[in-house]
Design a protein around this ligand. Structure first.
Ligand SMILES: Cc1ncc(COP(=O)(O)O)c(C=O)c1O
Length: 450
């Protein structure tokens, strides 16, 4: 038990004892370490999160890159509450409710032209597995069921479900969990030492796209269903694609009938200053996954946007009256999540979220790159309102990164660390002074490590 339960305002001090903390097995957390020194949040507002003692923590990573419009937006809370009173649940198979259709229309207005068919899921991981199944189903429908391989990339993060980790390129996320989906080949990642401290898209590295061509020539291009990439690889440190790289992947896919899938779970909904990375880099994939900022993270939800070609091929392959795509979740298009998504679509317009991100980006990148003089920082990368930095490891990979994250928290800043890489992704509603404060606390905390 805790000594005190928190009030909605979370303003009273509380201590958590080990018994109270025992039962909850935390995700992607050093549980024993956390339980010895818990870092709790009980309230969020704007660009800040608050501890039970009401200490403000500036959120430099939008939660997990998802609270794009800032924390706890009342418009979203009200929309969700109203929907829960009206119809808290409607079965999504063979029945539906209007909000799913309305949200699909709103999302399709933002996705690139031709990617207008929207399938709802409950997380980014589910969006990836769903996209893989769509790729299988598409080729099966056109009589090319032998296309069962996938190509992805080292240092990729495509969620944590078994199919997604097969695509991923992060050793700890795969090592203990078996061989995964067979037939996945990984291209090299796009981080190159000569591109250290390059702002925006590096000039060097287009040739890395030829890995797709090599893999195709090695296994047979007509055995590959799809190539999955995060346009900017997010979780492993914000790896911005070299100039021409995504264009070249598109060409190779077109040459061989391979579907190109962009995992836009982080990049989507304004992170790069445009609706999607596909717009930022002027490359249109066949399938796009998304989640996170879709509902401002107020409700769990993901989605997959699909091209007319992929959608129509799957639709037309089955006879009238039959289910065309044998896939879906009990909570696909959940009414409360749709209500949150629709409220978020309104906020995107009224708050000019994408425009604000684009306007703030040069200042943001100036400030983040001004940290280049700190000896402990070995690289900085960035695009839009998204930047990554590496700190010199000490005591083994990730040890210093974890220590650094905890110190930042004590200094009033949340930055997501992956190993020794920090990921800065402020809410799109941030002001210049928030960016200054992020960089100031980063600098101060790094000085503690020296
Ligand atoms: C590119 C990408 N894909 C998929 C996922 C998985 O999303 P979720 O954690 O909602 O399952 C993430 C999560 O960070 C991601 O960054």
């Amino acid at each position: 038990m805790s000594e005190n339960r928190h009030t909605p305002g979370g303003r009273i001090s509380m201590k958590y004892d080990i018994e109270f903390l025992e039962n909850y097995w935390m995700p992607f957390t050093a549980n024993r370490d956390f339980k010895a020194d818990p870092r709790m949040i009980v309230r969020g507002e704007g660009v800040y999160m608050y501890t039970p003692e009401d200490e403000a923590i500036l959120d430099g990573s939008s939660g997990l890159f998802c609270c794009a419009a800032g924390h706890s937006r009342p418009e979203i809370a009200e929309a969700v509450y109203a929907q829960l009173q009206q119809a808290a649940y409607v079965p999504p198979f063979q029945l539906s409710q209007p909000l799913s259709f309305e949200l699909a229309r709103r999302v399709a207005k933002l996705t690139p032209n031709g990617l207008d068919h929207i399938f709802f899921v409950n997380s980014g991981s589910e969006s990836v597995d769903t996209a893989m199944k769509m790729a299988y189903a598409y080729h099966y429908a056109r009589g090319e069921g032998q296309r069962q391989r996938f190509v992805s990339r080292e240092r990729a993060y495509h969620g944590v479900n078994l199919a997604g980790i097969s695509l991923s390129g992060m050793v700890k996320n795969r090592q203990a969990f078996g061989p995964g989906v067979p037939g996945v080949a990984h291209m090299r990642h796009t981080w190159l030492p000569e591109n250290r401290f390059v702002r925006g898209q590096p000039d060097q590295g287009i040739e890395l796209a030829e890995d797709l061509q090599r893999i195709a020539m090695n296994v047979g291009p007509d055995t590959i269903a799809a190539c999955f990439v995060e346009p900017v690889a997010g979780s492993t440190g914000v790896l911005v694609p070299p100039k021409g790289y995504l264009e070249r992947l598109r060409e190779i896919c077109d040459e061989h009938g391979i579907l190109l899938v962009f995992d836009e779970v982080i990049c989507g909904f304004g992170r790069l200053g445009t609706a999607f990375a596909a717009d930022a880099f002027s490359v249109t994939p066949d399938i796009m996954t998304m989640a996170k900022a879709l509902t401002n993270a107020a409700q769990p939800m993901g989605a997959v946007a699909v091209s007319d070609r992929v959608h129509d091929t799957i639709m037309e392959a089955s006879g009238p009256g039959l289910v065309e795509f044998f896939h879906g979740y009990t909570y696909s298009g959940h009414p409360a999540a749709c209500a949150a998504g629709l409220a978020m679509m309104d906020i995107i317009e009224t708050d000019r979220l994408f425009e604000r991100a684009s306007e703030l980006s040069p200042y943001f990148l100036d400030q983040v790159f001004s940290l280049s003089d700190i000896p402990l920082i070995t690289d900085i990368r960035g695009y839009g309102l998204f930047a990554g930095f590496d700190i010199k490891p000490a005591g083994g990979p990730g040890v210093r990164g974890t220590d650094f994250q905890q110190r930042m928290f004590k200094n009033g800043l949340h930055i997501k660390m992956t190993g020794d890489a920090g990921l800065i992704a402020p809410p799109l509603v941030s002001e210049r002074h928030h960016i200054d404060k992020i960089c100031d606390i980063l600098r101060r905390t790094l000085a503690e490590l020296e």
